[in-house]
Design a protein around this ligand. Structure first.
Ligand code: SF4
Ligand code: SF4
Ligand code: FES
Length: 246
């Protein structure tokens, strides 16, 4: 950012619509405010809500890029409001809610409902080898390199940016998205999970899973946690193709 830009007047246009409110119609509403040092979009939106318009709806919890709830479309690209510095944007900013997910109002969407349906469908939990694990047994150590690989994929915060940026997810309601394929990659790595590639093929071996993915990788480009989605999707696809030819 140029030094002289520090005290710009920002014009933030927000796509507003509340499907719960009778008579509400989608419309753009613009707000102006003075930019401050280190201002994030999250701070700017809070300032607008506190000083200009208490009715503006958007979500946040952690303010630190951890909870995923402040994801929105920022100048046409999905991202986290709390991790976006206004100084990296122009003076005219456009905000819209993430597509694909159920709209609550304005910039607030119900990612939780979508993520839950995806998790249930893909059974995103460890399927233990024993029916009743012995809780008194000493914990089994995991190879540190493997633990690191699992941790890398576990960093997903379920923000929904990859889904909002995905062409297939926009066309198919049942597409599990990069977030779902990443989950499968994560449980496939886990030595405690008893599921085989046959089982995973049952879950994602069709067009709502890995074969619906067009591999254009918008998901990879927009993931705010920089998950290796490109590598994971390519790997899972290769595995599932080999299962299909078995
Ligand atoms: S994979 Fe990345 S973009 Fe997708 S939900 Fe997880 S953190 Fe968000
Ligand atoms: S690579 Fe696949 S999951 Fe990622 S945005 Fe494209 S279609 Fe969606
Ligand atoms: S408020 Fe939690 S990720 Fe932005």
């Amino acid at each position: 950012m140029a030094e002289g830009n520090q005290h710009r007047t920002l014009r933030i246009s927000v796509l507003r619509y509340n499907p719960q409110e009778q008579g509400s119609e989608p419309r753009m509403q613009a707000y102006e405010l003075e930019e401050a040092d280190g201002m994030t979009l999250f701070i700017a939106l809070n300032e607008i809500r506190e000083r200009q318009d208490a009715s503006l709806q958007f979500d946040f919890v952690c303010r630190a890029g951890i909870c995923g709830s402040c994801a929105m479309v920022i100048d046409g690209r999905p991202g986290l409001a709390c991790r976006t510095l206004t100084r990296n944007l122009g003076a005219e900013i456009t905000l819209a809610p993430l597509p694909v997910f159920e709209l609550i109002a304005d910039l607030s969407v119900n990612t939780g409902k979508w993520m839950r349906a995806m998790s249930e469908r893909l059974q995103t939990w460890v399927h233990m080898k024993e029916a009743e694990p012995d809780l008194r047994r000493i914990e089994e150590p995991m190879d540190p390199d493997l633990a690191e690989k699992i941790y890398l994929l576990d960093r997903c915060i379920e923000c929904g940016c990859c889904v909002a940026g995905c062409g297939t997810a926009r066309m198919r309601e049942d597409f599990v998205g990069a977030v779902g394929l990443n989950r499968i990659a994560r449980f496939r790595l886990d030595p405690r999970d008893s599921r085989t590639d046959d089982d995973f093929y049952e879950l994602i071996g069709d067009d709502s899973g890995v074969f619906g993915c067009m591999s254009l990788l918008a998901c990879h480009d927009v993931c705010p946690k920089n998950l290796p989605l490109q590598t994971q999707i390519a790997f899972i696809r290769r595995k599932m193709v080999s299962m299909a030819w078995k």
